[in-house]
Design a protein around this ligand. Structure first.
Ligand code: CA
Ligand code: CA
Ligand code: CA
Ligand code: CA
Length: 258
C-alpha cells in the first residue's frame, strides 16, 4: 500500500477502534444498592465509563457484563469463595469512592479466596485492577493474584490515603488472556494472617491494551514488527477481527502507541 493511501485508511478508520477497545474494557462494582459509581468516575485505572453493579446472587451463574458505553457484550463473569456482601460506612470515604469501597465481597476462610472467572474475553494484554480494601478495618490486608499474570501476589491494605493508591486500596497486574478468553482473579487471606479478619474484593477494572502482542502492556516497535510480519494475512494482530491484517488494524495499533 502506498504511504498516502495508508494514511487515508488510518484517518478513516481510527475512530472505529476506540469503540472496539472499549468493548473489551470493563468496570465492575460489588454492590447491594444496585448502582455503581457514576460513569465519570475513573477509579484507579483512570478508566471512566459505565460501572457494572454486581450482587453476589449474580455470581452464582454467568453475569453478563456491559462495556464502558453501557452496551451488551459476550463477556460473562461468575464468582466463588467470598459470596457474602458486607457493607460498612467508612468515615474516610465519600462520593464515588464510597460507592466503590464501602461494600465488598468478603472471605473469612484462608482456604477460600474470592475468585472471579471471566469468560469470552477478547484475547490480549489487560491491566487488571482489583480493589481489596475493608471499610472500617482498612489495616486488614488482602492477598491479590491473577492466574494469567506473570506477576506474583500483591498485598493490599492501609488507611484511606485520600485517593486510590496501589498496595493500599488496589492491586494491579498485567495479564495476558489467551485464545480461551479466560481471566481468573483472586483476593484472599494473606498467608499466616488471622482468617477471621477477612479479605475483601470491592470491585475490578479490566483495561485491554489494544495493539500489545508480547504481553508487556506497551505498544511499540516490537508489536508493530509482529503486525508487519502478518501483514495481508490472518493472525493475532488482526485487531478488528475481519480476517486480514491491514491498515485498519495498524490504525488501531497506532492509536494506542505508548
Ligand atoms: Ca464512607
Ligand atoms: Ca462496592
Ligand atoms: Ca508490547
Ligand atoms: Ca483486520
Amino acid at each position: 500500500m502506498k504511504l498516502q493511501n495508508l494514511f487515508i485508511s488510518i484517518t478513516l478508520t481510527s475512530g472505529m477502534f476506540a469503540a472496539a477497545a472499549n468493548a473489551q474494557s470493563f468496570n465492575i462494582d460489588f454492590s447491594s444498592a444496585g448502582a455503581g459509581p457514576s460513569s465519570t468516575y475513573a477509579g484507579a485505572a483512570d478508566q471512566t465509563g459505565f460501572w457494572n453493579s454486581m450482587h453476589p446472587a449474580h455470581g452464582a451463574g454467568n453475569f453478563s457484563l456491559l462495556d464502558l458505553n453501557g452496551n451488551p457484550t459476550l463477556v460473562v463473569v461468575s464468582n466463588i469463595g467470598g459470596t457474602a456482601l458486607e457493607s460498612t460506612n467508612d468515615p474516610a470515604t465519600i462520593g464515588d469512592d464510597e460507592t466503590l469501597l464501602d461494600d465488598y465481597l468478603v472471605t473469612f476462610n484462608d482456604g477460600l479466596e474470592t475468585c472471579l472467572f471471566f469468560k469470552q474475553l477478547q484475547p490480549g494484554t489487560y491491566i487488571v485492577t482489583q480493589y481489596c480494601w475493608i471499610p472500617g478495618a482498612p489495616a486488614t490486608m488482602s492477598y491479590a493474584t491473577v492466574d494469567q499474570s506473570a506477576e506474583g501476589a500483591q498485598i493490599i491494605g492501609g488507611a484511606w490515603p485520600g485517593q486510590h493508591e496501589k498496595f493500599v486500596t488496589f492491586s494491579q497486574h498485567i495479564a495476558v488472556v489467551g485464545a480461551d478468553g479466560r481471566l481468573n482473579t483472586h483476593s484472599g487471606i494473606v498467608p499466616g494472617a488471622d482468617e477471621l479478619d477477612g479479605a475483601a474484593l470491592n470491585g475490578v477494572q479490566l483495561e485491554l491494551i489494544v495493539g500489545d502482542f508480547n504481553g508487556d502492556a506497551i505498544v511499540n516497535g516490537s508489536d508493530l514488527a509482529t503486525m508487519l510480519s502478518q501483514w495481508g494475512g490472518a493472525g493475532v494482530t488482526d485487531l478488528n477481527g475481519d480476517g486480514v491484517v491491514n491498515g485498519s488494524d495498524l490504525a488501531a495499533l497506532l492509536a494506542n502507541w505508548s
